[in-house]
Write a protein that binds this ligand. Structure first.
Ligand code: FAD
Length: 566
């Protein structure tokens, strides 16, 4: 028999549904009104990008002061330094991605997020034109324009192929989370292909030849990670082909890891040699076909080498949307978008650029060097001493991360020569130096500085700096004459951006890492690997990802890496 429900309880259910509906409607209404940007009196701030620079900016921004809209094709923040670990299954992809909406919600203020790509920046009408990448209808839906009062460009960069034929079609890049998954699948496919019946030893060898182009930190870390994966995990699963595996690193320069101290470079090169990783330095890749990689080292003509998989990691290039913007702001002759020391794009009202998509203008660097240099020259009564020059360089390094990194690299021979006698001994403090020699050395540094890669550290510090400026912007507008201490001095109301170098890691595999720490401290070995674990765990943006990353490391220690090919 069916028990009849009493009438009052039915009433209760109807009321509950009704109340729920009203609440849902109210919520939808409030969300809807929230969905209409520009309805407040606040200044409109549009942020492009949710990477290191954009996320650091948003996390530190007082969002109650602005009508904030964020546009990015990626609805999550990605912890890029751990990308190489994802390629071989040490870390799972989701462990290093934090939804951007989670990060924004934690701030308590409402920020609009649009999962879309900015196609064009219109600095004259103060608009950005965007296209959704989840709604690609041909009727134009999914395309929209946003007005801004302030625009923060944090779009990052794209992999640089130097227009080498066949790279885009045949190589993997290591930049996004999708790249890591493709690489992981490709590694496993190479092993499975090599195990198929009927293949000659040569064919197996070709399938198991893994080539990494670029001996920078990313290429080296990936090579080391792959070597560990092969020796610690895959060798047990594929015993018949394990001895046919070859890993090659191709580098156009004389050495790998040139931005690090010479001791680190030497250690890495020796370790790779011991591990059987083939280092091909002074080789330039000129073409990649679907089966072969063609390279030249100048003297011996072209060499063609068959491969199973190639990972291309030769640095970064400017995104098309930034190139187009550079044409509009008279920077077409430059390689990277230039800003001043306050991260403002010159001649472009309300536009700021940070992270990998921009660089502090080299011209400005040179002007600053010249200015500091003049002061130093005057202060030291026309004669430059080593001490004076060291002071000058210290000041420049504080302002410009690229110069600091360059000066710490093994290629600062010009400066080392200046500071030491012919036996390599440091010169005495009082020794006078030829001003012209110094100027030439500075010019040489300037030309090299442009080649240096950008880092997450710089991007995050710039985001933090710019957010602090934005937080004070209102007070500055209300009191345009500025705080008492700088009134009438003609000084800018904010400090210029100053980079603080906190050190750099280079994981080399076999639970060994090299670190170059502030004060030119170099540390290499197993203990540094533990420092690396603790720094990267502490740098995670949320406790969730911190826990996931640490549990992935633990899982790897207990069970090894996952070799399933999904
Ligand atoms: P990104 O972090 O790349 O972010 C760019 C953002 O812009 C992304 O959200 C992207 O989706 C978005 N975007 C792109 N195009 C558009 C568009 N048209 N419209 C709107 N949004 C757009 N640095 C270190 O300091 N230490 C390391 O150990 C280290 N390891 C690395 C390892 C790897 C494999 C890689 C690839 C990089 C590594 N880096 C490291 C460098 C570091 O990741 C970058 O310097 C850093 O990500 C730069 O930050 P960014 O915010 O400028 O750019």
């Amino acid at each position: 028999a069916i028990r009849r429900r009493p009438k009052f309880s039915r009433l209760l259910v109807i009321c509950a549904i009704g109340a729920g509906g009203v609440l849902a409607y109210a919520d939808a209404k409030s969300d809807h009104s929230f969905d209409t940007p520009g309805t407040t009196n606040k200044k409109k701030l549009v942020v492009l990008g949710t990477g290191w620079a954009g996320t650091s900016f948003l996390r530190n921004l007082d969002t109650s002061q602005y009508d904030v809209q964020v546009v990015s094709p990626r609805n999550y923040f990605l912890f890029t330094p751990l990308l190489p670990s994802v390629t071989c299954g040490t870390i799972e992809p989701r462990s290093i991605a934090e939804p951007i909406r989670n990060i924004m919600q934690k701030k308590g203020e409402k920020i609009q997020f649009w999962e879309a790509e900015c196609d064009k920046i219109d600095p004259i009408n103060k608009k950005v034109l965007c296209r959704s990448n989840v709604c690609t209808n041909s009727d134009g839906k999914g395309e929209f324009a946003l007005d801004y009062d302030y625009l923060v460009l944090a779009l990052g960069a794209k992999p640089n192929t130097f227009n080498t034929p066949g790279v885009v079609e045949n190589c993997h890049f290591l930049k996004e989370i999708e790249d890591t998954q493709r690489i992981r699948r490709s590694v496993m496919n190479c092993f499975e292909r090599a195990c198929l019946p009927g293949l000659s030893d040569e064919e197996k060898r070709n399938n198991l030849h893994f080539v990494i182009v670029g001996g920078g930190p990313t290429g080296v870390e990936f090579a080391a990670e792959l070597h560990d994966f092969v020796t610690e995990d895959l060798a047990k699963l594929y015993p018949t082909v394990k001895d046919l595996v070859k890993i090659s690193v191709i580098e156009a320069g004389e050495h790998i890891l040139t931005m690090f101290d010479k001791r680190i470079t030497e250690f890495a090169e020796e370790k790779f040699q011991r591990d059987g990783i083939d280092l091909k330095t002074n080789f330039k890749v000129v073409k990649v076909t679907d089966k072969d990689i063609i390279m030249t080292n100048g003297s011996s003509g072209e060499v063609s080498v068959p491969y199973g998989m190639v990972v291309w990691s030769t640095g970064i290039g400017t995104r098309p949307v930034i190139l187009d913007f550079m044409k509009q702001v008279q920077q077409a002759d430059r390689r990277v978008l230039a800003t001043d020391e306050w991260l403002r794009v010159p001649n472009c009202d309300g536009v700021y650029a940070l992270g990998d998509c921009a660089t502090i203008s080299q011209r400005k660097v040179m002007e600053d060097i010249a200015a500091i240099f003049r002061v130093a020259d005057k202060d030291y009564s026309g004669t430059l001493t080593v001490k004076a020059i060291k002071d000058v360089l210290k000041d420049i390094c504080e302002r410009y991360p690229q110069v600091e990194l360059y000066l710490k690299s093994q290629h600062m021979k010009d400066f080392v020569d200046l500071f030491s006698d012919e036996n390599g001994n440091a010169l005495k403090q009082s020794k006078e130096l030829d001003i012209e020699v110094f100027k030439k050395a500075v010019a040489r540094v300037d030309s090299q500085v442009k080649m240096l890669p950008a880092t997450a550290q710089v991007a995050a510090q710039q985001g933090d700096y710019l957010a602090k400026c934005f937080n004070k912007m209102k007070i500055c507008e209300e009191q345009p004459e500025g705080p008492l201490r700088i009134r009438g001095s003609g000084r800018h109301r904010f400090h210029p951006f100053r980079y603080r170098h906190l050190g750099q890691f280079a994981p080399l595999g076999g639970e060994q890492t090299a670190a170059q720490l502030p004060g030119d401290w170099v540390s290499i070995g197993h203990s540094t690997q533990w420092l690396w674990y603790s720094v990267y765990a502490s740098k995670q943006v949320t406790w969730r990802t911190r826990f996931l990353v640490m549990s992935d490391w633990t899982r790897k220690f207990i069970y090894g890496r996952d070799s399933s090919c999904m």
